[in-house]
Ligand binder design. Structure first.
Ligand SMILES: Cc1cc2nc3c(=O)[nH]c(=O)nc-3n(C[C@H](O)[C@H](O)[C@H](O)COP(=O)(O)O)c2cc1C
Length: 292
């Protein structure tokens, strides 16, 4: 079994320390239980991981390997993640959310390795006798997150952990631990935060409200009923909602079906209006304001 620690902060600074602290814990637990666990650490701060350009090349995989055609360091990190069974990411909070490098990585990794699409594709490949997808895409993985921020006010780190969860959703990786390591501006040593949180799946406190008593966890996409009693706000997420969280197989299947439905509606319209849309597009392509 392989556990990979990824630090996206400055070398030898706080993200490195948190990440290594978790890896040391993994090694100690492995030693105590006699389990064969290999750990690996990587600091990505100088790696070149560019943004997804939305070209769709990754969804073709003619030889069974999902490959992004952008030639940068993403490919090296993707290989390491695919080889791992457990992943710990420690990343700095920049501008209230995750550092851009992690967003770039998860945009390129998540959609391309969506479990529902891959199961669907693998079944089609079996039927057609085409090369099967790499078995590593179907491995059940575990992950943990550490969001490291300087501010002591939690609202300055509030999108760190929720955005980190997006890394594990489409692969349905199980999140087994998380720390909002804020307050680094005053504290210097790592600490563990055992807070339960409002959502029973991601254990975070972010909610979407829509003027009714139904609220949504934006990380897991599940709905619950909100109540206020004795000055205490509670949200009840029923079990059927918990079962359809974004990081579950039901969750990714639901989204896969949504994309399928979008295609069913969109493709005939695109075909029917092909000439009109091509003409219309020309107007926008010809429009060249001063800065473009
Ligand atoms: C561009 C930039 C933006 C930042 N934005 C935030 C922020 O919104 N909230 C916060 O708590 N810390 C913020 N920080 C502080 C970092 O999260 C903090 O320095 C952290 O320790 C960086 O991780 P490292 O020490 O492993 O490099 C920011 C730092 C930089 C450089």
């Amino acid at each position: 079994m392989k556990v990979l620690g990824i630090s996206m902060g400055r070398k030898n600074e706080r993200c490195d320390i948190y990440c290594k602290q978790v890896l040391m814990g993994v090694e100690a637990a492995a030693k105590a239980s006699g389990k064969d666990i290999e750990v690996e650490f990587i600091n990505t701060v100088t790696m070149d991981i560019g943004q997804c350009r939305g070209c769709g090349a990754c969804s073709k995989a003619p030889d069974g390997k999902i490959k992004c055609i952008l030639k940068d360091d993403y490919l090296e990190l993707e290989e390491k993640v695919l080889d791992a069974d457990g992943i710990i990411i420690a990343a700095p909070v920049y501008s209230v959310g995750i550092v851009g490098q992690l967003k770039n990585f998860l945009d390129r990794f998540g959609a391309a390795h969506d479990r529902a699409s891959m199961i669907d594709e693998q079944n089609k490949r079996r039927e057609d006798g085409r090369p099967l997808l790499d078995e590593r895409y179907f491995k059940d993985r575990y992950c943990s997150y550490v969001a490291v921020g300087g501010a002591w006010t939690e609202d300055w780190t509030c999108l760190g952990l929720p955005m980190m969860h997006l890394f594990s959703c489409s692969q349905t990786m199980k999140v087994v631990g998380q720390i909002n390591a804020n307050d680094q501006g005053r504290k210097t040593s790592p600490f563990l935060d055992g807070k339960e949180g409002t959502c029973p799946v991601c254990h975070l406190n972010l909610l979407m409200v829509n003027g009714t008593d139904t609220v949504t966890c934006p990380v897991c996409g599940i709905h619950g009923k909100i109540t206020l009693a004795d000055g205490k706000l509670k949200v009840n997420f029923p079990p059927e909602q918990v079962k359809r969280a974004r990081n579950t197989i039901n969750g990714v299947n639901e989204h896969h079906a949504e994309i399928g439905e979008m295609m069913r509606i969109c493709i005939p319209i695109l075909q029917e209006k092909k000439e009109f849309l091509a003409e219309k597009k020309k107007e926008y392509m010809a429009y060249k304001p001063k800065w473009s």
